[in-house]
Write a protein that binds this ligand. Structure first.
Ligand SMILES: NC(=O)c1ccc[n+]([C@@H]2O[C@H](COP(=O)([O-])OP(=O)(O)OC[C@H]3O[C@@H](n4cnc5c(N)ncnc54)[C@H](O)[C@@H]3O)[C@@H](O)[C@H]2O)c1
Ligand SMILES: O=C(O)C[C@H](O)C(=O)O
Length: 329
């Protein structure tokens, strides 16, 4: 049976993440090995030529699932009929900056893109915002798309989730496949809270197995929360291949589901769960199925976790106040 290709829009297609991402989308890592895709690549006008070069290379791979590539600097063309949109195009931070410092430079990108998604995307559109500050950019896009359910707009904290899984596995001396039920709460920023109290190592409480609060507070949390800065310091450029991999994981899990008993972390519009004010885009533990998700309810949030979550959520609230002031929502 021939399936209709899924229209996937990628913004910032000529950038670093774009270069890692597009080849894997076209080879089936976004939606699955039997789902054909048609790509729409949005770039700013001066970067169209570079995007064309990437498209030439995509052609040269002769990917069986790739059914078309359109390159454009026009928002309507880019989002027309889009089923999945990966909003990557935005400036990365440089050494010494926090991701929130990008709000005034990048926030303005997401207002017209939210509007264009509202007006032109397919009814089943699902959006992942990668460009930083990802949570608040997703908030801007969602608030400028009044006809699209807010549940369709998500922000990427899967890279933080994967980083946390890798750090716990290393500490415990086990393969990453033995780590489950990890949660990133809050903002994709230095205030994010990777929660080990509800995580599991081979089915047992990760915090209890590791039993080292000093490591948790002094090593694990800062390593995960500041990993992006450490990579910028080491590479001179922000993470790209790992970010692309996490974006594929995020969308793939959203459509193809979390494993039974496990969950993942996604930045989503809060419904007020766990005391996170309704409307903020915060990372939560979620289970997913067929392009929908549900927040995992009833997890124990101890006093330590509560303090960390509240601090990250306070930062999200101040970013929201800033974009209100900037007139972006
Ligand atoms: N959420 C995460 O975990 C995560 C991880 C890594 C990077 N990021 C963020 O992703 C973004 C992209 O990173 P990168 O390393 O690919 O940057 P990059 O500078 O290599 O590429 C960005 C691309 O976006 C394009 N662009 C700029 N404005 C645009 C617009 N209005 N429409 C379409 N395209 C536009 C640029 O021309 C450029 O080609 C940055 O904001 C970075 O901080 C987020
Ligand atoms: O840290 C950055 O600025 C890039 C990205 O958000 C990351 O986490 O690697």
């Amino acid at each position: 049976m021939t399936r209709t290709p899924v229209n996937v829009t990628v913004t910032g297609a000529a950038g670093q993440i774009g270069y890692s991402l597009l080849f894997r989308i076209a080879s089936g890592h976004l939606l699955g090995p039997d789902v054909p895709v048609s790509l729409r690549l949005l770039e700013i006008t001066p970067a169209l030529k570079a995007a064309e070069g990437t498209a030439m290379e995509l052609d040269d791979c002769a990917f069986p699932l790739l059914r078309g590539i359109e390159i454009t600097d026009d928002l309507k063309t880019a989002f027309d009929g889009a089923n999945v949109a990966l909003l990557v195009g935005a400036m990365p931070r440089k050494a010494g900056m926090e991701r929130g410092d990008l709000l005034s430079a990048n926030g303005g990108i997401f207002k017209p893109q939210g509007r264009a998604i509202n007006d032109h995307a397919a009814d089943d559109i699902r959006v992942l915002v990668v460009g930083n500050p990802a949570n608040t950019n997703a908030l801007i896009a969602a608030n400028n798309a009044p006809d699209v359910p807010k549940t369709r707009f998500t922000a990427m904290t899967r890279l933080d989730h994967n980083r946390a899984v890798a750090q716990v596995a290393k500490k415990a001396g086990v393969p990453v496949t033995e780590i489950s039920n990890l949660t990133i709460w809050g903002n994709h920023s230095a205030t994010q809270y990777p929660d080990l109290f509800n995580a599991r190592i081979n089915g047992k409480s990760a915090a209890a197995v590791i039993d080292d609060q000093a490591w948790l507070e002094g090593d694990f949390i800062p390593t995960v929360a500041k990993r992006g800065a450490a990579i910028i310091e080491a590479r001179g450029l922000s993470s790209a291949a790992s970010a692309a991999s996490a974006a594929l994981n995020h969308v793939n899990t959203w459509f193809n589901g979390t494993a039974p008993g496990d969950w993942t972390s996604m930045g989503i519009v809060s419904d007020g769960s766990y005391g996170v004010p309704e409307g903020l885009v915060s990372s939560f533990p979620v289970t997913t199925k067929d392009g929908d998700y549900e927040i995992v309810q009833g997890l124990d949030v101890n006093e330590f976790s509560r303090g960390r979550i509240d601090a990250s959520v306070a930062e999200l609230a101040s970013e929201r106040d800033e974009v209100v002031k900037l007139g972006l929502i």
